[in-house]
Design a protein around this ligand. Structure first.
Ligand code: G3H
Length: 312
């Protein structure tokens, strides 16, 4: 049975009472469950499949002040052919860049099927007016972005002004048009697991297509317990409303081991239905090479060495 939550966001009072009424997170339980799932081993055949799935889920990211059109073009080439010497390697899900580099990415990825995601909304702090944020979003979409990764106003959230955060997400979603909206919670600044659960529900109620852990600029970023709490939230949101939302851990995911742990968490928490790039992404600037090295090790029995693959 599905329930309409339309009235929840009619005022800050109703929104606050709904979010604060969500069941509290058992911190010790969440840490232990995430740690337990993180040590689960998987069979070699399953590991080979997991590596290819993880590659298909990568949002290959560069978010540096020193990014150049040339760097973005090189990254796009890698996104489409992660290992030019092995055409069996799948392409990644998306590249993720700053708004001013969207046009270059769109041009480089034309016809490849790899999506272009852009951080907008004054990433990473989110500290500017709503006008600036919606304009930046609309410009990124006009330049061809398929997906927008917005940051929430953590200041408003922590001050209890949930309505401000809600309305901002609604406005950015409208500015997205047909582009998908990922809502970055920046969990490392939310202080408590209860807040991670509340922010997840807030972002989903406001229309986010994905909830994303972090910008990659704040520590801690995509930890297992935080990802677990967000996976529980999307599972429960689907059961309550009938609407499915994706999850994107991002920040600090560097190794195949990290990625496989995430996939085990998805399978055991939200379920198999989320084991697809349509519903789960790994935001990472330097994970892909390790996935490629482990993939080659499984196929040939030896490592190619870090110099074989182009830089992430
Ligand atoms: O959205 C993705 C993050 O910015 C990537 O963070 P990372 O550089 O720690 O992989």
């Amino acid at each position: 049975m599905t329930t309409s939550l339309a009235d929840v966001a009619s005022s800050n009072v109703t929104l606050r009472s709904f979010l604060q009424g969500l069941p509290g997170v058992d911190r010790v339980g969440a840490d232990q469950r995430a740690a337990m799932l993180g040590t689960r081993s998987i069979k070699t055949t399953a590991k080979a499949e997991a590596i290819d799935l993880a590659i298909r889920m990568v949002d290959l990211t560069t978010l540096e002040g020193a990014d150049t059109p040339g760097k973005v073009r090189a990254m796009c080439a890698k996104a489409v052919h992660p290992d030019p010497g092995d055409p069996s390697v799948p392409k990644v899900a998306a590249v993720c860049v700053y708004p001013d580099l969207v046009a270059q990415a769109v041009d480089a990825l034309k016809g490849s099927g790899v999506k272009v995601a852009s951080v907008a909304t004054s990433f990473p702090s989110g500290r500017s007016s709503l006008d600036i944020k919606t304009t930046e979003t609309a410009l990124a979409v006009a330049a061809g972005a398929d997906e927008i990764d917005m940051v929430i106003d953590r200041g408003a959230f922590l001050a209890g002004d949930y309505m401000k955060v809600f309305e901002e997400i609604v406005a950015i979603k409208a500015a997205c048009g047909d582009a998908h909206l990922k809502v970055i919670l920046e969990t490392g600044e939310l202080s408590t697991y209860d807040n991670v659960r509340r922010a997840s529900w807030l972002a989903m109620l406001a229309g986010g297509d994905f909830i994303k852990t972090s910008t990659g600029k704040v520590q801690p970023a995509a930890t297992l317990p935080v990802t677990l709490i967000m996976l529980e939230a999307v599972r429960d949101f689907l059961a309550t409303t009938g609407r499915k939302v994706g999850v994107k851990p991002a920040g600090g995911i560097r190794t195949t081991k990290d990625a496989v742990k995430m996939l085990v968490l998805v399978n055991e928490t939200a379920g198999e239905g989320w084991l697809s790039p349509d519903w789960f992404r790994l935001g990472a600037s330097s994970l892909l090479n390790d996935l490629l090295m482990q993939r080659q090790k499984m196929a040939t029995g030896r490592y190619a060495g870090p110099d074989y693959f182009t830089l992430d």
